[in-house]
Design a binder for this molecule. Structure first.
Ligand SMILES: Nc1ncnc2c1ncn2[C@@H]1O[C@H](COP(=O)(O)OP(=O)(O)OP(=O)(O)O)[C@@H](O)[C@H]1O
Ligand SMILES: [Mg+2]
Length: 413
């Protein structure tokens, strides 16, 4: 098992385009790191440079304390699980798992011991004589992981391993991979463009945009204290709403009426004229369901509801609004970049499932002003980010992880 350190990693393909641009990050021994971002942002390229399948243009790749830039993939002792698991159809599950040991000409008793151990962890014991074709997608995935486990690899690397499974199986496999990784305590780097996978699997998540790291943090820090519009818009589903607003003193004038800022936030937006106010869907509520004693910490407004979607445990309401042309163009650009199909000039709000708000009518909503973030529309920076509160969230996640890894290794030995 090993840590992975990246120092100023750059990858330029033939045409000089920087697919990965000055990436530095430390992945701790036993940590589960996610690389996430829209298509083409450089996730696979970065992963392939860790394994050694792609040359590094400049920078240092350090694994377990050794610089590996010039080492061949097989000298790096890493295990990569691809999207298509590449199992051998004519071999049994046992022999598929044993494959790397056979290649290394390991003695029969060692092969038997290691395959048995791995198949126990993976709950594949009763399938060892079967062929891959007769297994479910999830079982096949586990066979591929078994092969990685018997190699005693220093780290697991996954490139979108679940992307060709159906939604239900994907959910199951997500839980399974998470459980296994905890149990084995093996350093893992996992590429996905699915933000749900990113949020549920990772100890930390690295958000990439056009080859550049935007933020590396625990899922909660990304969600609650995003550094910029891009991260704020990428993490969360449905995504954060961005309302155009003009600043006057401590008041933001938005399409949904004035929002009053507390002193510290007001300080941070002083001197700005036009801003974007980030409001997550769940910061809204049907005003008639909000306790009177709580109403003063937020803003109550009336709006025309376009569509409602009742989901059982909650419901969404879609509220269109007008945005100035400049902001509108910017929001469209952001949507395009995030591969999002959401129209940015309508707010998606999540309200209680018992709400009687219905589409096609006017309704009164409330939004919690304590939780909003204010963004600079030009740079995209989050002006009201509380870096300290964010760092604390990630520190807490790291503590949990260290405990879990210690516990898992204690149980394993
Ligand atoms: N062999 C190559 N030659 C030239 N350019 C490449 C090559 N492979 C990738 N690129 C470019 O590098 C950038 C990053 O590609 P990469 O495959 O790492 O993206 P990704 O984040 O994995 O995307 P996806 O989610 O679509 O898999 C893209 O702009 C891509 O066009
Ligand atoms: Mg890729």
């Amino acid at each position: 098992m090993a840590s992975i350190e990246m120092r100023n990693i750059v990858k330029k393909y033939g045409d000089g385009f920087p697919a990965v641009n000055d990436v530095s990050m430390d992945i701790a021994d036993g940590e589960f790191m996610i690389l996430v971002g829209p298509s083409g942002c450089g996730k696979s390229t970065l992963l392939r440079m860790i394994v050694g399948l792609e040359d590094i243009t400049s920078g240092d790749m350090v694994i377990g304390g050794d610089r590996v830039n010039d080492k061949a993939p097989r000298e790096r002792n890493l295990s990569m699980v691809f999207q298509n698991y590449a199992l051998y159809p004519h071999l049994s599950v046992f022999e598929n798992i044993a494959f790397p040991l056979r290649l290394a000409k390991a003695p029969e008793d060692e092969v038997k011991r290691k395959v048995t151990e791995a198949s126990n962890v993976l709950e594949l014991g009763e399938h060892l004589d079967r062929r891959p074709a007769n297994l479910s997608g999830g079982q096949r995935q586990r066979v591929a992981m078994g092969r990685a486990i018997v190699r005693d690899a220093d780290a697991f690397l996954f490139d979108e391993p679940l992307s060709n499974l159906d939604a239900k199986l994907r959910g199951q496999m997500r839980t399974e991979i998470s459980r296994l990784q905890r149990r084995l305590g093996i350093t893992t780097v996992y590429v996905t463009h699915d933000q749900t996978e990113a949020m549920t699997l990772g100890d930390r998540v690295c958000v990439l945009r056009k080859g550049v790291i935007q933020q590396v943090a625990s899922p909660r820090e990304l969600y609650e204290q995003p550094v910029n519009l891009f991260v704020a818009g990428f993490i969360g589903s449905p995504p954060m709403n961005f309302l155009p607003a003009t600043v006057s003193g401590t008041t933001l004038a938005t399409p949904f009426g004035p929002i009053e800022l507390d002193a510290s936030r007001a300080d941070k937006v002083t001197g700005k004229d036009l801003v974007l106010v980030g409001v997550r869907p769940e910061y809204f509520e049907d005003a008639s369901l909000v306790d009177e004693t709580k109403k003063h910490v937020g803003t109550t407004f009336t709006a025309q509801v376009d569509v409602t979607e009742w989901l059982g445990d909650s419901q969404f309401a879609y509220i269109p609004y007008e945005a100035p042309a400049a902001v509108d163009a910017q929001l469209k650009e952001l949507s395009r970049e995030l591969d999002s199909d959401q129209l940015r000039t309508q707010a998606i709000v999540s309200i209680d499932s018992t709400s009687r708000i219905r589409e096609g009518r006017e309704a009164e909503f409330w939004l919690d002003a304590r939780k909003i973030h204010v963004f600079d529309p030009e740079s995209g920076d989050n002006l009201t980010r509380d870096a300290e509160a964010g760092a604390e969230l990630t520190r807490m996640a790291a503590e949990d992880r260290t405990d879990q890894v210690a516990q898992a290794r204690g149980e394993a030995s």
